[in-house]
Design a protein around this ligand. Structure first.
Ligand code: ADP
Length: 540
């Protein structure tokens, strides 16, 4: 109960070395239901403010030690901007009044004062500050409302982020700032918009590079004051001399990094950023996250739409080609043709039926995978058996394409828990791609090795390679680097999606190393111990 009462009381810190004045003020204020503590120097006042919250500080202008009332007032304005300060002075000149108000005091009391003046001044200041903060909340709400109503307009991502940055600068009393957006493909933070900054500021940074990169990595709000020389982490980073205070915050959505918001105050602003500003910059960062996230989601939607149309045209093409071949051969069979031709025609029909069968099987597997209905048959197996079967089945295909097929299967790899048929399918999809994308005379290497934790199966080719910007898309359903209907190679863009899903079901991962013109290496990492054993127990 006592604590609850304390929470509801206005807390006042009295700073005066004149114990008679301090005692009198304390008595009067306490009897009017305020909570009061007293200290006798500026340093003691700062020490207590560091640990405890006070609504108001009543400080004498003349204090013992190296910190007088004005110096204390300045410190409080910088560090605890929401604390109300009233200065008591025995020098009731207009100059001292002007100085105290200029430095941010809410009011001043001329000593000696009677208890009515003391109580009136305290009440007036509290009321004034309450109204001020209410009007600020209202202003913030209006400008945020204006911003939110703009998000439904047809403004671009850059325009919306500029608008948001402008609002953040206004509300947080900052003079310059920038918004960096994280580019997943280049893995860099790119400056999308800035206000009040020179052109020469770096437009692109890596995670961990400089201040913006540091915040992106640590994912925590950072406040810096007065130059960078005193921060060992950023000492070598070129300082921007005009900045006296900065606040930098990561832009996150559901734990994912989307960017970084930076705000700066230059010399002409009296109040530095404080811990209280962290809450406000987080709110702006959340809005920025919604803007960036919604633009990314619509880009994703466009991408999926493109894949859908490409898939439909591919699937019709892939079905029509063998059907045309079958119908052509069937027509010829109807003719009285010599028996040698008949055999060729039958083989052609068989080949094309197989091709259609594989296509339909892929589609069925894919739909089962999507709905989680694909059944795995996990058994402890030697992976070399699976790979040797693949080698036998593919050897001829590589020979026909004059591709050198190199196999490096490490001897003595102990059995691991896998579904042999599905693993065959995953590696077969990778090998099929090398056949499609490696030109005549190239090389393909199938390698298998083991380390302490994993068995690694890699498929390396000297083919056309894949640009880095597609590396995270390559396993998406229906994705093809060249998705045009005029592309040379067959396929539905499902091979890697299926391989990836099979490897994930084995609690493994596929990694790609590739550059255009420099070939590709797909490596499957399969855990060899406990994780796999648990698969066998739960799924087989
Ligand atoms: P597809 O049936 O079209 O081959 P995949 O899912 O197997 O579908 O592959 C998706 C796309 O990835 C391919 O269309 C191709 O653009 C690219 N790709 C896959 N493997 C390779 C490779 N070894 N070399 C070059 N590009 C490849």
């Amino acid at each position: 109960m006592e604590n609850e009462e304390l929470i509801n009381k206005t807390k006042i810190l009295l700073v005066d070395d004149d114990s008679a004045v301090a005692g009198m003020c304390k008595r009067v204020l306490e009897s009017n239901n305020y909570y009061v503590e007293t200290v006798s120097s500026g340093r003691d006042a700062l020490a207590i403010l560091n640990n405890k919250f006070f609504n108001m500080v009543l400080a004498d202008i003349k204090l013992p030690g190296d910190m007088d009332g004005i110096a204390l007032l300045k410190e409080i304005r910088h560090k605890y901007p929401s604390v109300i300060v009233i200065i008591m002075t025995a020098y009731g000149t207009i100059e001292t009044a002007i100085t105290t108000m200029k430095e941010g005091a809410c009011d001043y009391l001329i000593k000696p004062f009677d208890i009515h003046i003391l109580l009136n001044t305290v009440r007036r200041s509290l009321e004034f500050c309450r109204l001020k903060s209410e009007s600020e909340v209202l202003l913030n709400a209006i400008s945020l409302f204006e911003f939110v109503s703009e998000t439904s307009s047809d403004k671009t991502e850059e325009e919306l982020l500029s608008l948001l940055l402008g609002n953040a600068l206004k509300i947080m009393r900052a003079n310059s700032g920038s918004v960096f957006v994280y580019n997943k493909i280049t893995e860099k933070l790119e400056m999308m918009t800035c206000i009040g900054m020179e052109e020469k500021i770096k437009k692109e940074v890596s995670i961990g590079e400089g201040i913006v990169g540091y915040v992106a990595r640590s994912r925590k709000t950072l406040i810096l004051h007065n130059g960078l020389h005193k921060y060992p982490l950023f000492k070598t980073y070129p300082p921007r001399k005009e900045i006296v205070s900065s606040i930098i915050n990561p832009i996150l959505l559901k734990g994912m990094l989307l960017g970084v918001l930076c705000l700066n105050k230059t010399e002409d602003t009296p109040v530095l950023f404080s811990d209280e500003d962290k809450r406000i910059i987080k709110m702006f960062s959340n809005y920025a996250a919604l803007v960036i996230g919604s633009f990314q989601a619509s880009a994703e939607l466009l991408f999926l739409n493109r894949l859908k149309s490409e898939f439909l045209s591919n699937v019709s093409h892939e079905l029509r080609t063998p059907l045309m071949a079958i119908s052509g051969a069937a027509e010829l069979l109807d003719d009285p043709t010599p028996s040698k031709n008949k055999k060729q025609m039958l083989e052609l029909i068989q080949r094309n039926v197989q091709r259609m069968d594989k296509l339909v099987a892929d589609l069925l597997d894919f739909s089962k995978m999507e709905s989680g209905k694909l059944i795995y048959n996990f058994r402890k197996t030697r992976i070399s058996n699976v790979l040797n079967k693949l080698i036998m089945d593919f050897e001829n295909e590589f020979r026909k394409k004059e591709i050198k097929f190199i196999r490096r299967i490490q001897e003595g790899i102990p059995p691991i828990v896998i579904d042999s048929e599905r693993m065959y399918q995953a590696v077969s999809n990778l090998l099929t791609n090398t056949l499609k994308f490696t030109p005549l005379g190239g090389e393909v290497e199938l390698r298998c090795s083991k380390n302490k934790t994993c068995v690694m199966v890699s498929v390396k080719d000297t083919g056309i390679g894949i640009s880095k910007k597609y590396h995270d898309k390559i396993y998406s359903n229906f994705f093809q680097v060249d998705g045009s209907s005029t592309r040379k190679e067959r396929g539905l863009g499902l091979g890697l999606a299926i391989a990836n899903s099979i490897v994930s079901a084995h609690k493994g991962k596929i990694k790609l190393k590739s550059e255009p013109g420099k070939g590709s290496t797909f490596t499957i990492y399969l855990p060899c111990s406990n994780a796999m054993e648990s698969l066998r127990r739960t799924k087989s």
